[in-house]
Ligand binder design. Structure first.
Ligand code: NDP
Length: 235
């Protein structure tokens, strides 16, 4: 039987984060999501912008007070700000790094203290297939997501002896608000390279996260788990 744990999913207001939160709740966990706007129905939500260290700290404190120490962290919050690298403004680069990489680090660092005390923890970073393959127009995003893999593997090495696993899930093309604006021709072109011939669903990612956060996967750490229909062929 799955032991009930306290889980925090950043960016759980919609898309992949919301699907993960619902999946973890269905697994029996006490689930909190962070959001910046309206809270999703039926889930415990705390306000938090991951670019603000004080807000991250306050969000964790609220969850600890109401649901107990965070034992499962899913660092999912992310943005894109695509554009050609040659003319990419510095701010466009640093904002994506600050949200997608440093934001995940702020949450992980805050979570680790309690996990070390409890001698158990599961951290999952939501990366991206483009971290490994690169993508024209997404230098900022791919750099941030590649950084998550280095962060995740270093933490896996540092925290394994404490009963804490740290893994990264790398989704391919998933149907959410983030990808809703992609031109149809771009989607077609991408799909032509995906062995499983469909766009991914947030639930596809959520299923992998559920597995990685289970009691039974304590021997899986430092892994990069693709959920991309085979786009990257495991790389
Ligand atoms: P969405 O745009 O649908 O959702 C993004 C989520 O991140 C929202 O909950 C948003 O909150 C939150 N968020 C953004 N910036 C911040 C911030 N500064 N502080 C707190 N929360 C923030 O995207 P997806 O669901 O598609 O993406 C989820 C994750 O999956 C991201 O990390 C993304 O990079 C990754 N991913 C997505 C892929 C896809 O094809 N969709 C492919 C590969 C990876 P709010 O509602 O307040 O804006």
């Amino acid at each position: 039987m799955t032991r009930k744990r306290t889980a925090l999913v950043t960016g759980g207001s919609r898309g992949i984060g919301l699907a993960i939160a619902r999946e973890l709740a269905a697994a029996g966990h006490r689930v909190a999501v962070t959001c910046r706007g309206a809270a999703p129905e039926g889930l415990y939500a705390v306000r938090c912008d991951v670019t603000d260290t004080a807000e991250v700290d306050a969000a964790f404190s609220a969850v600890e007070r109401d649901l107990g120490p965070v034992e499962i962290l899913v660092a999912n919050a992310g943005i894109t700000a695509d554009g050609p690298y040659a003319v990419m403004k510095e701010e466009r680069f640093t904002t994506v790094i600050d949200t997608n990489l440093t934001g995940a680090h702020r949450c992980a660092r805050r979570a680790v203290r309690g996990m070390v005390r409890g001698r158990w923890g599961r951290i999952v970073f939501i990366g991206s297939e483009v971290a490994l393959s690169g993508n024209a127009g997404q230098a900022n995003y791919a750099a941030a997501k590649a950084g998550l893999i280095g962060l995740s593997r270093s933490l896996a090495r540092e925290l394994g002896r404490r009963g804490i696993t740290v893994n990264t899930v790398t989704p391919g093309l998933i149907r959410t608000d983030m990808t809703a604006g992609l031109p149809a021709c771009h989607v077609e072109e991408l799909l032509a390279r995906v062995p499983v011939p469909r766009v991914g669903r947030p639930e596809d990612v959520a299923a992998a996260v559920r597995w990685l956060t289970d009691e039974s996967t304590g021997y899986v750490t430092g892994a990069v788990v693709p959920v991309d229909g085979g786009l990257g062929m495991g790389h």
